[in-house]
Design a protein around this ligand. Structure first.
Ligand code: NAD
Ligand code: ZN
Ligand code: ZN
Length: 235
């Protein structure tokens, strides 16, 4: 979705000028930063020498300007940019999760490893549909297997915090994406994105169950990698 800015304008917003490029290769195109971008694709216009290399303002990593624009154009063009080296996020990262529903409620049972609290059950439901321009094969159908998918969190303080952040992730379309399932090998299907969920309640036959003492901290770390932190959870 265009937010009124061209890809060049979006990239420029996050860059600082570099007077003399270091004698290093650009890790996007593997060509020297002192020379032209190795990226030759559609829509690549000439840029002046002065703006051919830029430094990302927060993390300091440097790339050819045109390489960053090409990377941005390959994504979902949501106005955000992620440094390919250190994953620092500029702006608000969103994903390409298809339309659907996220619901949750508390059930009066305890999870293995969390004997002192009840359980939050999240129910995700995404119907099959047609891929949009943000998906790998626009115009082609995608399947959606195993929905509704039920997921579990302890109803503890930390579990409720994870839930609040997952609600933000859902709004930013980061819980699922469309692609090839690593479990089934099926392509053009709805798959989990990079935030792990527990889909097994009383046992752990799949490895996606309880007990798992590190689970909540892992999820918080995965959410952070998507740019979602506690400050985002202020409802
Ligand atoms: P995937 O296999 O591409 O894996 C993506 C991520 O999800 C990985 O990190 C993986 O560890 C995790 N993951 C895989 N299986 C999981 C599970 N059961 N619970 C929680 N996390 C899981 O992603 P995918 O294709 O979305 O996940 C496969 C899962 O989807 C299956 O295990 C099943 O639950 C469901 N599914 C069901 C059917 C069906 O017909 N009932 C068909 C396909 C997939
Ligand atoms: Zn480059
Ligand atoms: Zn960086």
């Amino acid at each position: 979705v265009r937010k009124g800015k061209t890809p060049e304008e979006v990239v420029k917003k996050y860059l600082q000028k570099v007077k003399s490029p270091p004698e290093e290769d650009c890790t996007i195109c593997m060509e020297p930063l002192g020379g032209p971008s190795g990226y030759k694709g559609p829509g690549v216009g000439p840029v002046s020498k002065a703006e051919s290399v830029g430094r990302l303002a927060q993390c300091g990593h440097q790339y050819h300007f045109q390489c960053l624009v090409a990377m941005y154009n390959n994504g979902n063009k949501d106005g955000s940019l992620q440094c390919p080296t250190c994953k620092t996020i500029y702006g608000v990262k969103t994903g390409n999760q298809p339309a659907g529903k996220m619901e949750y409620h508390v059930i009066p049972h305890s999870l293995p490893g969390h004997p002192d609290c009840k359980t939050i059950r999240i129910i995700y439901n995404i119907p099959p549909g047609i891929q949009g321009p943000e998906h790998p094969n626009p115009g082609k159908p995608f399947t959606a297997r195993g929905f509704p998918r039920h997921c579990y969190l302890p109803d503890s303080e930390k579990g409720r915090k994870v839930l609040r952040l997952l609600l933000v992730a859902w709004d930013r379309r980061l819980i699922f994406s469309v692609g090839t399932s690593s479990t089934t090998g099926e392509s053009d299907t709805v798959i989990w994105n990079e935030v792990h969920h527990k889909t097994e309640f009383g046992s752990n036959l799949t490895g996606h169950g309880f007990p798992d003492p590190g689970h909540l901290d892992n999820v918080l770390e995965e959410l952070r990698a998507q740019g979602i932190t506690e400050e985002d959870a202020v409802v």
